[in-house]
Ligand binder design. Structure first.
Ligand code: 8YV
Length: 309
C-alpha cells in the first residue's frame, strides 16, 4: 500500500504527531513555501478545528483528493473550493460528543458555583479573613440549548440528572423530551442559562447579540462550546461589563488564541482555551477517524464520515 503525501495544516500534540508520521508522508506549509514544487505531490490535507484552511491553498494542490479534519466543525474548510475540485471533505462526528458535553457541564457548574474563584480564594489565603460569597444552584434552573444536535442532546441528557427544565431551539423539532422554541429570543427569555452547541459558519454568525443577551437578563448565564463566531463578542463584553447578564463561560472565541481581550479582566467570566474535545481518549479517537478517512479514500473505499463527496 502506498503512503499518501499529506499536507498537515496546524499543529498536533507530540504523541499524535508520532501517530501521523508513522502512517503518512507529511509536509507542512513551511515545506511548501521552501519548495513550491512539493504542492504538486500533495494528495491529502490533514487539519483540525482550530485552523482555517485558505481556499487559495486548496486551489494550489492539483492532486488533492481529500481534506480530512480532526474535529466535528468544518467551518474552517473552504467547502466551495473543495467541491469545485471534486475533493472529498471528512470530519470526525460522534467520537467527541462525550468530551464536549462534559466540558459544557463542567463550565456550567464552575460558573454557577464559582469554582475557579473559590480555588483562588483558598490558594491566595483570603479564606483566613473572609467568607466566600454564596454562589448559585443548578437544581431548579431553566436551561436553553441552542442547537439540539448530537452534542446538544448529550448535554440535555446529562442535565436530566440535575433536576432542571430544558428547552431548545434549532432548525427543526427533534424527537426529544424537551420543549421546542422556534424563537431564539423566547428561548433566551425562558432560560436562566443558555448553552450554545450549534455549528459555526455563516448561518449562525453573531446569532447571539445584544438583543438576545438582554432577553437572557441580568441573572442570565451563557455557556459557549460551539464556535466563537456564534456570539457577537463585542456585544457580549458590553453586556458582561455592564452587568446586563450574570456571567459567561466560554471555550471558544471570535479570534483564537484569545489575547489582550477585555474578557480577561472580568470576574463574571470563565475562559478555557478551546478544549471541548481535548482529552487523551477523545483526541486519539478523533485522529484515528481522521486518518482512517484518508486511508479509506486512498484504498478506493468510501470515506467513513464524509461532509462532502
Ligand atoms: C471543540 C471542536 O473542542 O471538533 C470541533 O470542531 O471544535 C471541538 O473539538 C468544542 O466544540 C469547543 O468546546
Amino acid at each position: 500500500m502506498s503512503i499518501p503525501n499529506v499536507l498537515q495544516v496546524g499543529e498536533f500534540p507530540a504523541a499524535q504527531q508520532r501517530v501521523i508520521d508513522a502512517e503518512l508522508r507529511r509536509y507542512t506549509e513551511a515545506d511548501l513555501q521552501r519548495d513550491p514544487a512539493l504542492a504538486a505531490m500533495v494528495e491529502a490535507v490533514l487539519t483540525r478545528s482550530s485552523y482555517q484552511l485558505p481556499a487559495e491553498l486548496v486551489s494550489q494542490l492539483p492532486k488533492l483528493k481529500i481534506i480530512s479534519t480532526s474535529g466535528v466543525g468544518f467551518d474552517g474548510i473552504p467547502l466551495d473550493a473543495a467541491r469545485s475540485k471534486g475533493v472529498v471533505v471528512t470530519n470526525t462526528p460522534g467520537v467527541l460528543d462525550a468530551a464536549v458535553c462534559e466540558l459544557a457541564i463542567g463550565l456550567l457548574l464552575s460558573l454557577l458555583r464559582r469554582i475557579p474563584s473559590a480555588d483562588r480564594f483558598v490558594r491566595d489565603g483570603t479564606w483566613e479573613n473572609k467568607i466566600f460569597p454564596l454562589a448559585l444552584s443548578l437544581a431548579g434552573k431553566r436551561v436553553g440549548i441552542v442547537g439540539l444536535g448530537r452534542i446538544g442532546q448529550g448535554i440535555a441528557r446529562r442535565l436530566s440528572a440535575f433536576d432542571v427544565d430544558v428547552a431548545y431551539c434549532g432548525e427543526e423539532v427533534k424527537d426529544a423530551p424537551y420543549t421546542f422554541m422556534s424563537d431564539l429570543l423566547a428561548l433566551a427569555t425562558f432560560a436562566d442559562v443558555l448553552i450554545l452547541c450549534c455549528p459555526g459558519g455563516e448561518q449562525t454568525y453573531h446569532l447571539i447579540n445584544s438583543k438576545v443577551l438582554s432577553c437572557l437578563g441580568t441573572n442570565g448565564l451563557l455557556v459557549n462550546v460551539s464556535r466563537g463566531t456564534v456570539v457577537n463578542e463585542a456585544d457580549l463584553i458590553d453586556a458582561l461589563e455592564n452587568r446586563l447578564i450574570g456571567g459567561a463561560a466560554l471555550d471558544v472565541f471570535e479570534k483564537e488564541p484569545l489575547i489582550e481581550s477585555r474578557l480577561v479582566a472580568l470576574d463574571n467570566v470563565i475562559l478555557t482555551p478551546h478544549v471541548g474535545s481535548a482529552t487523551e481518549e477523545t483526541r486519539h479517537a478523533m485522529l484515528r477517524l481522521a486518518l482512517d478517512n484518508i486511508h479509506n479514500v486512498f484504498a478506493g473505499r468510501d470515506p467513513l464520515t464524509p461532509v462532502l463527496g
